[in-house]
Write a protein that binds this ligand. Structure first.
Ligand SMILES: [Zn+2]
Length: 272
């Protein structure tokens, strides 16, 4: 089989206070990347999600440097601390590791269609950055109501030139159906498969609608091991070209670095 690069489009360095998992440290993830031949990853650092802006920013820069450019990062926009969020996003523009903007309406207890998110969309438009948002379905977990996919529809329409990835492909069934419809009907909407959405045949079904060009592999490390996802993609009943798009091409097109994946593959294997 042709040697293809793998990019983890949705993972986290740092640790979530809700999980007792030590896997969020940099060396643990680098080992995981090496063991699974993951060439590039895109991290939303937990300190940044927790609005510890300075720590999140500095640790993200450090991870980019120490990983020799393999772990890129997203800067988090907290709608309750908009000015401070923007200040750090602006500082991040100086780093080639800055890949996009992360929003997490459930984490920040703010509905995704709240106007306090508009500065993040304006920033994304101005600097041509992709937004990755947590999305989920309505469940017994009360904070998921902030992140259901249909809440994004107005901004998706108003910011047709801003690409957005609906993380976790909308979660369970009712959210997933909304996310699939949005991605199928809007050129700027993508889905990632991070998180515990392990229903059978998922990859094949998403390739039917909205299509392989809209799907991104992500693991949600340290919640889950990327090892759980890769066989699902490699063994899915889809073409090699579709697998390449899901494993790497789509994420790199949205987040950068904007070089041809094969060139990058050569670079990464030479560097290691
Ligand atoms: Zn996540």
């Amino acid at each position: 089989m042709k040697n293809i690069i793998i990019a983890d489009g949705h993972m986290h360095l740092g640790s979530d206070p809700l999980i007792l998992n030590t896997g969020g440290d940099l060396s643990g993830f680098l080992e995981k990347m090496d063991s699974l031949s993951i060439g590039i990853a895109y991290s939303s650092h937990y300190c940044w999600l927790l609005s510890r802006f300075k720590d999140g920013f500095e640790m993200s820069l450090k991870a980019y440097e120490e990983s020799e450019g393999r772990i890129h990062f997203l800067g988090v926009y907290d709608p309750g601390k908009g000015k401070e969020s923007l200040r750090y996003l602006e500082s991040a523009l100086k780093s080639p590791g800055f890949a996009g903007i992360k929003i997490h309406p459930s984490f920040h207890s703010t509905f995704a269609d709240d106007p306090s998110y508009l500065p993040a969309w304006d920033f994304a438009r101005k600097y041509k950055k992709t937004i990755l948002s947590h999305t989920w379905s309505l469940t017994e977990n009360p904070v998921q109501k902030f992140s259901i996919p249909r809440l994004f529809e107005k901004n998706i329409n108003d910011y047709g030139d801003v690409n957005i990835i609906l993380g976790h492909a909308g979660g369970r069934r009712n959210g997933r159906l909304q996310a699939i419809d949005l991605a199928a009907s809007h050129s700027n909407v993508y889905l990632d498969i991070a998180g515990d959405i392990f229903c059978p045949g998922l990859i094949g079904k998403l390739v039917e609608k909205p299509g392989a060009e809209k799907i991104i592999f992500g693991s949600d490390w340290p919640w889950f091991d990327p090892m759980c996802y890769l066989p699902r993609i490699f063994l899915a009943p889809i073409s090699m070209k579709q697998k390449e798009m899901i494993l790497c091409g789509n994420a790199m097109a949205l987040f950068g670095p904007h070089i041809h994946p094969e060139e990058n593959n050569d670079k990464i294997s030479k560097d290691r």
